[in-house]
Design a protein around this ligand. Structure first.
Ligand code: IVH
Length: 681
């Protein structure tokens, strides 16, 4: 390709990827498989690396992650909404400080602020009027949620004083604890699921379609960042103080520090005092104050070099362990769950927490009646992390793990080397069946979004489906008017749910459409233990169709990149199961894709057919994973260790010395990245 063709191709890839992204994220209607999307992205990435002059900040490769939701108008951010680098220790923060001091020779100030745990928002003002409110989205574009944001009373619709004609201010929308609790109580009364934490509640509220409903949610907003051409000062703190005068809610808990020890003092103070705040914070943000220094320091791909977030370690509290339940997961894993005396932890009431597995309980000698430490990190389920043995009450008993499945009664098994107990009755045990079905319809699997966990439960409880193939037998007559089987008291208070015409049509259409979903996702959907999304892709690429995969020996499976003995054994055992074979046959008969499409096959070259590579070290143009994908796309094989069967060792910077030695000893050619690129040109 000449230079003009390269530029054209880059532009074309931008358009293609953006269009597919739009279909996926905005319309929620994927137009190509993840596999094909990844191929296009990889192609763009490698062209941009070869020709950095064509790398645009709005390139789809530069997306910072996160997601864009449907139904709101999409708006491009005038200034990309970046995130902050995270640190968790004083050492890491000292490194950050040293990096800055390498660039800035003179004295400077830090501004320390609370890190509010909510939803980021960008507010644009013109002539003192709020004209637009946009969520972070993917950092490049977000949702226009102006009508919802206008309902937040602490956000000024019209400014006062001496403000710039045009600017943007950023902040965090959040729910204070009191509002959050009230909201959850109201929800419980009408039988709705409570929100897990204030952040989820704020995010959910902001995305509601009806602003009147949003207005009922007690949302609030702190502002912490300004963007604009004509800001009054050339430093962050002073501008925020000014913004306060214009009517914005800027936190009072913000200080300027001359030295790192002062920063540590602020952090340590708030690490304790955060419990007294009426809202959640999850750390401290440290920013260099002077904009001239921002210029000097610049940005990394994802975040500014002049600011960092110090994240607090998860909060830990002690409470009484009342009893232990056992939950059976999709793959039959039995997890012990603690029922606790309720405690307020990081803004939410915690009643249940994971106890991990039998060994954890035994090693800690955790007993019913003990005081246990419970920790909550972010949105992860709370977990028990310790026990206060010296507070143990009298007459406790060592804990015994159950021997039979609490759901289906069958005998539990524990494989050597595994920490979990399993219920092996995978085709009869209700949570396993429902879990498998929910996994099957998942967005990243068959993507049947007209079904969800709740509807799957309804179908199963009504005896209509027991496995994935049954979904394809469902009829309109079976579904119309189908009612939810009510079990718990909370459910019995709810309005009786039944499928109406529109729901039924959507369900049936969604199921029918899923027949087009690509082989790699079908392979992920059928739920072979340890075969996740990435492994499924690798298997699909390597074996092309289900017949080849079913016939694969352990040795062949181990040849596939990232597949070790555990995954290989799981695949072999899956295909030995008669029920699994039957399921695959039925799904095939229903028209699901069990081989790569001709288009997918075409994107593969056979330049490296039969050649095996060991990739080692760090490369310039590509990441190691990208190199491995390129090898696979050209029909080559990735192997992890050098042997006489290896054809090439692809060596980057700092390759493993042992590998080099072995390759030299066995006379295996060691090639460079450039030589490799030449091979696949
Ligand atoms: S400054 C370019 N200040 O934390 C830097 N962010 O991981 C702009 N956040 O996306 C962000 N409190 O949603 C800044 N005082 C604060 C903050 C804060 C919370 C959030 C914000 C940002 C994320 C960074």
């Amino acid at each position: 390709m000449d230079i003009q063709q390269i530029e054209n191709r880059i532009n074309e890839l931008h358009e293609l990827l953006n269009a597919h992204n739009y279909n996926y994220y905005v319309l929620d209607k994927p137009s190509i498989s993840d596999f094909e999307f990844d191929n296009l992205l990889l192609e763009l990435n490698s062209l941009e690396k070869e020709h950095p002059e064509f790398l645009r900040p709005d390139s789809p490769t530069q997306r910072v992650g996160g997601e864009v939701t449907k139904n709101f108008k999409q708006v491009q951010h005038t200034y990309p909404m970046l995130s902050l680098g995270n640190t968790y220790s004083e050492e890491e923060l000292t490194d950050f400080d040293m990096r800055i001091r390498k660039t800035i020779a003179e004295d400077f100030e830090y501004v320390c602020e609370l890190k509010f745990d909510g939803v980021a928002i960008g507010l644009s003002y013109e002539n003192g009027r709020l004209i637009q409110a946009v969520t972070r989205g993917d950092g490049v574009q977000g949702d226009d949620v102006t009508s919802n944001v206008k309902t937040i009373k602490s956000i000024p619709l019209q400014l006062k004083g001496d403000f710039p004609q045009k600017f943007e201010i950023r902040g965090e929308i959040f729910l204070p604890h009191a509002g959050f609790e009230k909201m959850n109580n109201d929800r419980a009364e009408i039988g709705e699921e409570p929100f897990a934490n204030p952040r989820n509640a704020a995010s959910g509220s902001l995305k509601m379609q009806d602003p009147k409903e949003v207005a009922r949610r007690p949302l609030d907003c702190f502002l912490y960042f300004l963007n604009g051409e004509n800001l009054p000062f050339s430093s962050h703190y002073e501008n925020l103080m000014k913004a306060k005068e214009w009517g914005f809610k800027v936190s009072n808990y913000m200080i300027k520090c001359q030295s790192l020890p002062d920063v540590f003092d602020f952090i340590n103070y708030w690490n304790k005092a955060r419990n007294e705040l009426s809202f959640d914070i999850d750390g401290i943000v440290i920013k260099v104050n002077d904009y001239r220094h921002w210029q000097q320091l610049g940005f990394t791909a994802k975040s500014p070099r002049w600011a960092i977030a110090y994240k607090f370690k998860a909060e830990k509290l002690a409470t009484t362990l009342l009893s232990i339940d056992f939950q059976v997961g999709r793959t039959g894993t039995v997890t012990p769950v603690a029922n606790l005396k309720p405690i307020l932890l990081a803004g939410t009431i915690v009643k249940r927490a994971s106890l991990h597995n039998e060994d954890f309980i035994k090693n800690m000698d955790i007993r019913i009646g003990d005081l246990v430490y419970v920790e909550k990190g972010g949105e992860i389920i709370p977990k028990v992390v310790g026990v206060l043995l010296d507070k143990r009450p009298l007459h406790t008993h060592a804990f015994e793990f159950i021997a039979n499945c609490p759901e289906c009664g069958s005998k539990l098994q524990r494989a050597t080397g595994e920490s979990a107990w399993f219920c092996q009755n995978e085709n009869e045990c209700p949570p396993q069946i429902k879990g498998k079905l929910t996994h099957f319809i998942h967005r990243k699997a068959m993507n049947i979004d007209s079904l969800g966990e709740g509807k799957i439960e309804m179908l199963y409880d009504n005896g209509l489906v027991k496995n994935a193939a049954d979904l394809y037998d469902l009829t309109y007559e079976q579904l119309i008017g189908l009612e939810k089987i009510l079990v718990s008291d909370v459910e019995k208070k709810q309005k009786k749910l039944s499928f109406q015409e529109k729901t039924v049509t959507n369900i049936l259409n969604g199921i029918a459409l899923s027949r087009k979903v690509g082989f790699e996702r079908v392979l992920f959907a059928i739920g072979i233990r340890y075969v996740g999304e990435t492994v499924a892709k690798k298997l699909a690429l390597y074996f092309h169709n289900i017949e080849n995969l079913m016939a694969a020996t352990s040795e062949e499976l181990l040849n596939v990149d990232e597949i070790g003995i555990k995954i290989a054994e799981s695949i072999l055992s899956f295909f030995k199961g008669q029920k699994n074979l039957l399921l695959i046959q039925r799904l095939k008969d229903k028209g699901l894709q069990f081989e790569l499409s001709s288009q997918q096959m075409e994107t593969r070259s056979s330049l490296l057919k039969g050649k095996s590579f060991v990739v080692s070290g760090v490369f310039e143009q590509f990441s190691r994973d990208e190199i491995k994908t390129l090898i696979e796309q050209n029909s080559g094989k990735n192997v992890s260790s050098v042997s006489s069967k290896t054809d090439y060792v692809l060596a980057g910077e700092n390759m493993g010395p042992e590998k080099r030695k072995k390759a030299e000893k066995l006379n295996i050619p060691i090639i460079s990245e450039a030589e490799f690129v030449e091979m696949i040109k």
